[in-house]
Each structure stands twice: as C-alpha cells, then as structure tokens.
Design a protein around this ligand. Structure first.
Ligand SMILES: Nc1ncnc2c1ncn2[C@@H]1O[C@H](COP(=O)(O)OP(=O)(O)OP(=O)(O)O)[C@@H](O)[C@H]1O
Ligand SMILES: [Mg+2]
Length: 256
C-alpha cells in the first residue's frame, strides 16, 4: 500500500468521527470514497495528510508509519490534496497560485515561494513555465496570469487541481472535486481527473457524492457510514450493495 489508514479512530469530544478505519490504496489505483454527510470522509483525509492526529491507530506511507509527521513532511512524501472548501489565494494570479503548490503548502510562506532565492533565478523561470503548462493541461490556458478571484467556480476547481499537481504528488486526494457543479460540468471535470491520473500513473483517492460518476472513475470504492468502513469493494459490487443504498437513502445524491 502506498497510503494506508490502519485502525484509525478520531474523536472530537463526544463525537466519534472515525471508528477503527482500516483502508489503503495501492500504487496507481483509484480509490473512491463515498458516504453520507458527516460520515467522516473529510476527517479521514485530514488524518491521512497529517492535519489531524488520530486518536488511535496510525497512517502508513509506503508501509512506514507517518506518526507525528506534520502536513508539510507528508506532502513532501508525495501526498497532495485538494480541499472541500476552496483554499486558493484570490488576490494572486492563477500562475502564482500554482507556484504555491511547488513546495508543499502548510509550512512554507507564500512570499518565500515567490521570492527568488540565491542560485534559483534560472529555475524560477522554468518553474513558471511548468506552472503555465499545468494550467494549460487543466484547461486554463486562457486564464494564465488572471487573478484567481476572476475565475468561475468550475475554473477554481481546476486551478486547485493544477496547484496540487505542481507538488508532483504520487498520491492525490480530492475532496468532492465536483461539489456545486451540475452533472455536465462534473462529468467534464472527472474526465479531466481521469486523464491526468492515467497520464501520470497517479494514485488517486476521491471523495465524491455523485455515485454513478464515482463508479465510472474508481477501481475500488469504500463507503463510510458513521465513521466506519461499511463497504470496501469493486464499483459494481458497491453499486448493488443494499447497505450502500440504505446508507444513502433519502439523500439527493442517490441516483434514480
Ligand atoms: N474539527 C472538528 N471538530 C469537531 N467535530 C468535527 C470536526 N471535524 C469534523 N467533525 C465532526 O466529525 C464528523 C465527520 O465529519 P466530516 O467532515 O469528516 O464528514 P464528511 O463525511 O466529510 O461530511 P460531508 O459529506 O458533509 O463533507 C461530523 O460529525 C463532524 O461534525
Ligand atoms: Mg467532507
């Protein structure tokens, strides 16, 4: 397993957000995660990326414990993510936002990333070209050097993707990349995600409420419910599992 949660529990006061979750992803695999609101999906990402310490259990990267590793160290081990709520810098251009992904996110000051460093003048230009290439790759070729605040919602999701990719991750975790999009927009974005994944041999973990889309995208699907892994199986088996249907009963996201 390239990234694994082993018997991870996370409590917030009296709330058990994760309850002995064991879940791993193999190199090159696309793992889809679904589950009702509040079932612990984002908390799992927060634990996997070191933003939260598990109350019990541990995270392993390449089979080695990541216990006590801060988020920037985990990022440097090749684990990148996007956030459910956008975390872009609206007052910076698209290119500058992507450049912020180059050296991890939590520890390095934004200014530090943008200022030239000794001996790095030449590579700064190369980094900028690489950022622009990434913007083109995610379909923002006509938005290079535009302020992030001027982007449409769908474009900001693409920008987040480009920024995460600029970390050159081995594992990319996407928290609801299509939230707030209509079905057509979501299909286009997930098509892009899949092309990027294939082209780079990325390992992908995707939280997504759109069940048909996730079944299309994922090699394997895990369903969280009340902080527990309810199901960990193939997309087809997940789609027809009565426990999955029950966990989703009453949700708008349930396909007809
Ligand atoms: N920082 C926190 N402090 C206290 N409780 C939290 C915190 N983060 C999450 N929780 C609680 O943990 C549970 C799981 O939340 P989480 O955000 O992981 O769910 P989710 O599956 O991502 O939901 P959604 O589909 O709405 O994004 C919820 O009961 C939530 O209120
Ligand atoms: Mg969430």
């Amino acid at each position: 397993m390239i990234l694994e949660a082993r018997a991870v529990s996370k409590r917030f006061g009296g709330v058990s957000a994760l309850d002995r979750v064991s879940l791993g992803v193999r190199e090159g695999e696309v793992l889809g995660i679904m589950g009702p609101n509040g079932s612990g999906k984002t908390t799992l990402f927060n634990v996997l990326t070191g933003l939260l310490r598990p109350s019990a259990g541990e995270v392993l990267i390449d089979g080695r414990s990541a216990r006590g590793q801060p988020p920037h160290r985990i990022a440097r081990m090749g684990i990148a993510r996007t956030f459910q709520n956008l975390r872009l810098f609206p007052g910076m251009t698209t290119t500058e936002n992507v450049l912020c992904g180059a050296h991890g996110r939590e520890d390095v000051s934004v200014l530090g990333n943008l200022l030239p460093r000794p001996g790095r003048a030449a590579s700064a230009a190369a980094e900028r070209r690489r950022a622009e290439d990434l913007l083109r790759e995610v379909g923002l070729g006509d938005r290079i050097d535009v302020y992030a605040s001027a982007l449409s919602y769908g474009q900001t999701k693409r920008l987040e993707l480009a920024r995460a990719l600029n970390m050159q991750p081995r594992v990319l975790l996407l928290d609801e990349p299509t939230a707030g999009m209509n079905d057509a927009q979501a299909a286009v974005l997930l098509g892009l995600v899949r092309r990027l994944q294939r082209a780079r041999g990325l390992t992908l973990v995707v939280i997504e409420h759109n069940v048909p889309a996730l079944i299309w995208l994922a090699d394997r699907i895990a369903v969280l419910d009340s902080g527990e892994v309810l199901v960990d199986t193939t997309p087809d088996a997940a789609a027809s599992d009565p426990r999955v249907i029950e966990a989703y009963l009453g949700r708008d996201a349930v396909p007809a």
